[in-house]
Design a protein around this ligand. Structure first.
Ligand code: GLC
Ligand code: GLC
Length: 811
């Protein structure tokens, strides 16, 4: 069942009922100011950091879900309604929410009045703009009242929901005309405040939540709206809100438009005040002035659209498959940008007060983002590398505001270092910018021990070389990519963190997955060394890679698939010898995509086993059979009920690894079958089961063992976005950036047909036409660049050349 439809021409998903299975959200903001916004106008805003600079308050895990946001109440006689339906939940005569790229729009109507709301964050300023247009579609004059409503968060979102003994006494506001100022803590250590403004005269305001709602009411039926009159409350402590009242007369056919600005403003420390305890309003006035008319809003909105149209013109495909076109050209790349910006901090499943930026997560997010804004990827790589330790290991997470490693979690996740090679290699292959490798980068933010980034990569590489276990496989530490495979944890008491409990330097437990990563990214490291002219280092690296390759075949092969790991007693995990958890996806996907066992025919065998044992209708499960009891020696993985999360769920992130591996051995049909199973454009049809947004990937879909297989969770912030984009663009459609130029080597399902790709790469535009006269899955028979035949599949890059016409004949 569907709850809306894709409007590809406008790059929008159109939701046609407010009663979606879960709140379906969108993200507004491109740089510093962000809002999460649901199809019923729920959500919140923050500046830079979802925990420390939260602007509006959200009520987590509330009933009903998603019950705080930026709301507009329309009072028309005795009827009170909201264009987004929530929170009054008054039945609407019509409702439509369009989630677009960086904006959301509503078109709703009730009793002859229609409301259209446009919400977006402009590219240049720290604010969210809401333009609301009200139209009288009846033959008689309408007298209506419009109430705006946001509830302020007292900045630190974590403290805000815990520390009531203090927070109920700190709230402060100012009201000047149509501008409501939130200035809690400004009198002491903050140099920032927030504003909520409307570009018209107002007929009333409230800034105290209690005054607005009334005792024992909630935002479903605020007393002020029912009474039709604000009280003019000025909040002192308790919970400050911002409410405007505008009384509106609409003649038949008339439309009136209002522009609301929710802004974040900063003053220099020495210029905070206008007079004693009166905030300096200069930045607020500037912001208000800039967005004071509809024309200003349209200009800013055009600019936002232009920004996105430019970004989304970097990689486009035109194929006979609408769903592929839609995901590649619009939604998958959009989600890559969002995950790059948010990491795993703020979504409807990540509270914004928990995790910072993940070392491995951010490096992987880069893979799907680097072609969009390489400069920002460059900066991110340096930030990440700056939290590495001198021995090559790394903080698992860092805080975006301070950019410092997070000591609560510390280090010891032994896959982390290798992801830095992955991210850096992707950046250099994309841009050709070797200078990044020579940047001086600190360790643990200490500049006195800085080395070049290339030296960081060397230490990443050597961390694996120097930390091997009894089978000469890489030691796993606290966990590898699978945060829940905690082989050194042995936690017996609830409340202990599986990730942080127990020793990280377990000398025995080993990961075959990290071995696969080492083979893949070890080769990429060798290529970077070659680029810098260090052939000796490249040779050394390749020797180590070869040793690891052989080790995997010797100790990481189980007969029909790759073993997953060895536990702290050196027992196999992911082997036919095991009772539960006999086969895992990660080692099979990653070792095969790294090329291990391809020439020996083992990769093919492993992938066949994946299909046989792990495949299900909704994707490829992470392991089988599910763990049915808690295994002390395995940790969190066995803590989940069967079918969920890392215990036999479909962890979408690693499905593309298997799909990519299938392209490596040339099986386009199977690669695409896997692609389709988790692809939102395909799962849209089963939205009632899948539940999460049909335009973005979610982290996890319940597997066969679950109560409702196919049910999705944790949408938006997942490495699935980047990896599926790599899969479809670089492996299935086959346009892969190499150091020498773009390689074009598609691997498609039978019947996929001819297709065209436009790719901007290192300052040039590539118009690529792929034909497939014999309908093969893989193989490039002929490659022509500007009419000249070229050997192989790489279009050689020529500095200064700005356009390439490329024809590829598969066969
Ligand atoms: C979460 C984490 C990611 C990890 C994955 C598997 O998505 O953000 O770092 O690799 O879970 O455990
Ligand atoms: C839990 C989740 C895992 C996530 C981790 C982050 O273990 O199952 O997906 O990566 O928390 O700390």
């Amino acid at each position: 069942m569907k709850f809306g439809y894709f409007d590809d021409a406008n790059k929008e998903y159109v939701i046609t009922t407010p009663k979606t299975p879960l709140p379906w959200i969108n993200y507004l903001g491109t740089n510093d100011f962000f809002s999460l916004i649901s199809n019923t106008a729920g959500g919140y805003s923050f500046y830079k950091d979802a925990k420390l600079l939260r602007i509006t308050r959200f009520r987590y895990n509330n009933v009903p879900a998603d019950s705080n946001g930026k709301y507009y109440y329309i009072k028309d006689g005795d009827t009170i309604w909201n264009p987004g339906w929530m929170p009054s939940k008054t039945d609407l005569d019509s409702y439509e929410c369009r989630h677009g790229i960086g904006y959301s729009k509503w078109n709703s109507s009730k009793n002859g009045v229609s409301a259209s709301v446009l919400a977006f964050v402009p590219t240049d300023d720290a604010c969210e703009i809401n333009q609301i247009k009200l139209t009288n579609n009846t033959q008689s004059v309408k007298e209506i009242k419009l109430f705006s409503y946001v509830e302020w968060c007292l900045w630190n979102a974590d403290d805000d929901m815990k520390n009531f003994q203090r927070n109920f006494s700190t709230g402060e506001v100012e009201v000047i005309g149509s501008t409501l100022y939130h200035k809690t803590e400004y009198r002491e250590r903050r140099n920032h405040y927030a504003i909520y403004h409307v570009n018209s005269d107002i007929d009333g305001f409230d800034t105290s939540r209690d005054a607005f709602l009334g005792a024992y009411h909630d935002n479903h039926d605020p007393e002020v709206v029912t009474n039709g009159a604000c009280t003019g409350s000025v909040a002192h402590g308790w919970s400050p809100v911002a409410v405007h009242q505008i009384n509106i007369t609409l003649n038949p056919g008339e439309t009136k438009s209002f522009v609301f600005v929710l802004g974040y403003c900063e003053n220099p420390d020495n210029d905070k005040w206008e007079s004693k305890n009166v905030v300096n309003k200069a930045p607020a006035k500037k912001l208000i002035e800039k967005y004071s008319t509809d024309a200003d809003v349209e200009k800013a909105f055009d600019k936002l659209n232009e920004y996105w149209n430019n970004l989304l013109s970097i990689f486009t495909v035109e194929s006979a498959n609408d769903k592929v076109n839609r995901m590649v050209n619009i939604w998958n790349q959009y989600q890559c940008m969002v995950t790059f910006n948010m990491s795993r901090s703020a979504s409807y499943f990540e509270s914004g007060i928990g995790r910072g930026m993940g070392f491995r997560d951010s490096n992987q997010d880069l893979l799907g983002f680097v072609h969009l804004i390489p400069e920002r990827a460059r900066e991110r790589i340096i930030d990440i590398a700056s939290t590495q330790f001198e021995n090559g290991s790394a903080y698992h997470q860092y805080q975006p505001l301070t950019k410092r490693g997070n000591s609560d979690i510390g280090s010891g996740f032994n896959d982390d270092p290798l992801w830095l090679i992955a991210g850096t290699s992707a950046y250099v292959r994309e841009t050709g910018d070797v200078s990044i490798l020579k940047e001086m980068v600190p360790y643990d933010n200490d500049m006195s021990v800085a080395t070049t980034l290339m030296e960081h990569l060397k230490r990443s590489f050597d961390f694996t070389v120097n930390n091997k276990g009894p089978h000469k496989l890489p030691l796993i530490g606290r966990a590898d990519w699978n945060d829940c495979l905690n082989l050194n944890c042995f936690s017996e008491h609830p409340g202990e963190s599986f990730q942080c409990f127990g020793p990280s330097e377990g000398p025995v437990a080993e990961s075959v997955f990290i071995a696969g990563m080492f083979v893949k990214y070890g080769e990429e490291y060798a290529q970077l060394a070659e680029l810098l002219g260090d052939t000796a280092e490249a040779e050394r690296a390749r020797k180590e890679v070869k040793i690891m390759y052989d080790t995997v075949l010797e100790s990481g092969w189980d007969g029909e698939w790759f073993v997953r790991a060895y536990d702290a007693y050196s027992n196999k995990i992911g082997s036919k010898e095991c009772e539960e958890g006999k086969i895992f996806i990660e080692s099979n996907g990653f070792c095969s995509l790294a090329g291990i066992g391809v020439k020996e025919g083992l990769a093919e065998k492993a992938l066949d086993s994946v299909k046989k044992y792990l495949d299900c209708k909704y994707g490829v499960m992470i392991l089988q059979p599910a763990y049915t009891v808690y295994h002390l020696e395995l940790g969190e993985i066995s803590s989940y009920p069967p079918g969920y999360k890392e215990n036999a769920g479909i962890f979408c992130h690693n499905n593309p690894w298997v799909s990519i591996a299938e392209t490596v051995i040339g099986r386009g049909d199977r690669a695409f079958e896997i692609y389709k199973k988790t692809c939102p454009a395909y799962t849209e049809e089963i939205s009632e089961i899948h539940k999460t947004e049909p335009y973005v990937y979610c982290q996890m879909v319940a597997g066969n063992d679950a109560y409702i297989p196919g049910e999705g969770k944790n949408s938006w912030l997942t490495g699935t976005a980047a990896w599926t984009f790599c899969n479809i663009s670089q492996y299935i459609l086959g346009v892969y950036p190499t150091h020498k130029g773009l390689s074009i080597d598609p691997c498609v399902p039978h019947g996929f047909g001819d297709f065209k790709i436009t790719r901007k790469f290192r300052g040039a535009t590539y118009n690529i036409e792929v034909t497939n006269p014999s309908d093969v899955e893989k193989g490039v028979k002929e490659l022509y660049v500007d009419g000249c035949k070229v050997d192989g599949c790489i279009v050689p890059f020529t500095e200064g050349k700005t356009s390439y016409n490329v024809k590829v004949v598969m066969g």
